[in-house]
Design a protein around this ligand. Sequence first.
Ligand SMILES: [Ca+2]
Length: 575
Amino acid sequence: PCPGPCLFLLLLPPPVRSQPVGAFDVCRSLLSSEAGPGWEFYACQPPPVNMKELMQIRVDPPGITCGNPPERFCTLENPYLCSDECDASSPDLSHPPQLMGDRERGGLITYWQTVTWSRYPEPLLANITLSWNKSLEVVDDIIVTFEYGRPTSMVLEKSMDKGVTWMPYQYYADDCMEVFGMMPKRVSELAPSNLTRVICTEQYSRWVGAKEEKAVVFEVRARFGVLAGPKLINMDALYTRMETMKGLRDFFTFTNLRLRLLRPALGGTYVQTDNLLKYFYAISNIDVPARCKCNLHAAQCLLRDATLMCDCDHNTDGQDCQRCRPGFKSRTWRPGSYLTLPKGTANTCTFTTVSNTNCECNGHSNRCSYIDFINVVTCVSCKHNTRGQRCQYCRLGYYRNASLPLDDENVCVGCQCDLQGSSSPHCSNSGLCQCKAGSTGRRCDTCLSGYTWREGGAGCTANVCDEERLLCQNGGTCLDYSSCICPANYTGERGGAQGVWAPRGSGELGALLLGLYRPNHRQQTPSALTQNLQNNSMLNESTHQLESSNEPGPGWTQLWVCWMLSAFALGIFPH
Ligand SMILES: [Ca+2]
């Protein structure tokens, strides 16, 4: 529910509050007030890019591209030197459509080229359709660069519905009246009141030589300039008109463009029918400076699965941010506005508190709340021991019954971990409690072999002795798994020490034995336990031997000292 940009913005320091006039590059900024942090929203739009990098090109009719089969052509400059060749199968001599949108490197001009006008007098017609499948707003001049001469007549068309319907954008002819029945016009002659008029221009079609002028322009900058002044110094006036003048924003909007090439450059007034190899179209580049149209609700446009998408903010949704997000329809969607300048108005969609259309809580709640700061809708008061943004998790101390659907009232089952045998009241996703040392079972309410349950909070405690492995030695008997009753002359926890040689370490021995049951041993298998016990009794024996050899006892040194003292006292040695 929280789209990428909101997280992204959270990670960034708050942007500078005052935006430069006409930037509209930030959708929101963080504000701190006495009531806590919050957002201030602004109208925003993605930066312009050259859309030629992203356009899909289609040319019609099929077979209009030269080189299949290979053919020769000449140029208007050298009409009798027809040695150039177009060959679709040769990388150096082919001229496929994508060369209209490529990045030319190292000064090498690459271009698409059609077949020559060999079918004269049939008109040499070619359509180039440029598709983005996304609403775009043109922000500067569209420039089509023709190698070998500009067409005598052509039409630029646009579609605003991804190619379903088309409308003319601009007519181009060397004689507008003759070809289109229109009075020729220049954009500079337009006034603010008729700025969106579709005109026919003769500026780009008259023969001036193929090398001198290659560009055919759709003048966007000049149209902006009618409102914003010659150097676009007064963009405020343009933005204000964008809001108030009906159809102005739509005029600069398109999803597809189409060039209908109607008649190639002739290099003169008449078609020279004996040399048709010099008539064809060739386009080296089409620049389309535009931005994604996001209705002033997004500051960037993303390419997802080869589709351009606005990265919508202001709780809007859709490829063009053209609707409110589900659940945010407490008032009608509106595009953002450039007014009031300079920040504009975001016209954000706001959370619907009355109708909970987006309150999807898996049937465990019918109330949601919107946390504006992190832009998240979350369920509140999840019932049936559930929790989470959509009540999709079980509360701590409960686990999910995987055999029930998520919206079942009994989907969360209590862990019921045994308080004495478990180290926590919480259990795993499969209901397993965390057992203390020595306890086992789903609820940790049974003891491992070698342990005995004791009440009073002790839970499973390690046996000091039992009838199987931890035997009382030397005839001792085990009492309640906790102590051996030793026969006379024997002592020790398990009756293994004898009389005067009772090892001083017997206390430590007990601790050592108890140490077997410390937590790192609680998962021991019975065989590992036995092995450990054997190791430990070997350790015990060696300790015992070591202590025996160090035992001072009544040794020879003491006997000798005693004998010497006695001898002096009895006068055995002469003085
Ligand atoms: Ca090119």
